[in-house]
Design a protein around this ligand. Sequence first.
Ligand code: SF4
Length: 484
Amino acid sequence: MTLDAFWERERAWGFYPLLEAPRDAPEDYALEVALVKRVLECWNIDPAFRDAWARNPQRALEDRQIALQAADVAPLLASEPVPEATDPILKAVYQGRDLPDQPQAVRRYCAHLREKLHWRQAHRRANQPTDPRMAAWWERQVARLSGQMHADKADAIVHTPVSFELSEGCSVGCWFCALASEPLQDRIWRATPEHRVLWRSVLQQLKERIGPAVGNAFCYWATEPFDNPDYEVFLQDFQQVLGRVPQSTTARPTATIERTRALLRLSEGHGVLNRFSILSRDIAQQVHAAFSARELLLTELLPQNRDANPKFRKARAGRILESANPALTQTPTTIACVSGFLINLWAQRIQLITPCPASAVYPKGYQVLDEALFTTAEDFGLMIECLISKHMLRFPPLDAPVRLRPDVRIECPDASHLLFRALAKRVTLANQPHSHQLAELLEAGANTPAAIAEAREQAVGIDCQDSLFLINHLFDLGLFEETH
Ligand code: SF4
């Protein structure tokens, strides 16, 4: 749905944008949504609040200074975790429906959730690079991942084409770190005049090559943004070159309250959705004491504490890949959301990465397809071009074997159909005479496109161009391994 059509519908129902421009909601409207959000934060992070609510809901709200009536938010608080697929309110949100029978506060909050889903879809579309080779490669990664993970997980991955690290390692050391970050050890890239010249050149070169999607990049990965005392200086340069303020996620929101508040103010006018990673109930209480609900309207609090609502499962990846903890996801997943370049400025390193389900082979939930080092701005541009031309092929080479991904199975339902089956996707090809032969040629993993085309022509008289077109189509669907 286009932005205009989405907002035409939402405004007709009486709702306003809070995240997307023009953010013209009346103040009492924004405050009500912020208060509902705060109730849910208390509910999801703090078992003491859940107990207090069970005893006396209104009193529980008053104790947290939340000026709402309990009946206005009660429909959102299920006493037992309900799977998302069967939660009627969430189901309506995902289906883009209003809930006219619910209290106003619930309806407005659900409208905000719909806005966030809509924003995420638009954000993902906007992440497609402009370089045609990288755009095709990026589309293949999106298509591949949508077959490897169920839709609820795959749709949440936005495939940002670039992210940056402004230090090496992380000072926080979370027990669940899905990216298995290293200790920080003072490896921080400071904003010296020379570094800022290089930084701005890196941003400018990426903007010219990849396009406006670089503005969706963020400046952390297996790092904590506030570990770098100059983080905000780099954000200002980013804003000047790319016209956007990058999103931030911090696990240290209370380390220096005024620093955090300044970051929120910088983000607010740009509709940036920041995130606080909440590691304990104490931190949640400090956050709630330091920041009003209204101040945090566009800041998500991620319940990462051990006693959080059990429906918030952590990704089984990185440091906890082998853990038997039942609070971890049971199905294949990842938290990695970059299909493109992960650039560490401290190490002056570029990695070409793309998400995949975390496994023993890819414990951090992403593949590193290649890596290059740079020392100067000129080097940087050359390395980016080198990685694009080496890995982002527009078509599979005629003389290199094509191999199906290991997770793709191929079947022949009858003599003229082929079925490709992965965990979360099936692709059917019709009108393939002697389909068993084609299946065998593809399954072997040792045949080049040229050899397959020739074999098909000899066996069933199919024009070579038609076979090559078919192989390119399967390549575009992300069904082949790209890097052997
Ligand atoms: S989860 Fe984030 S904050 Fe925690 S150790 Fe990993 S990188 Fe650091």
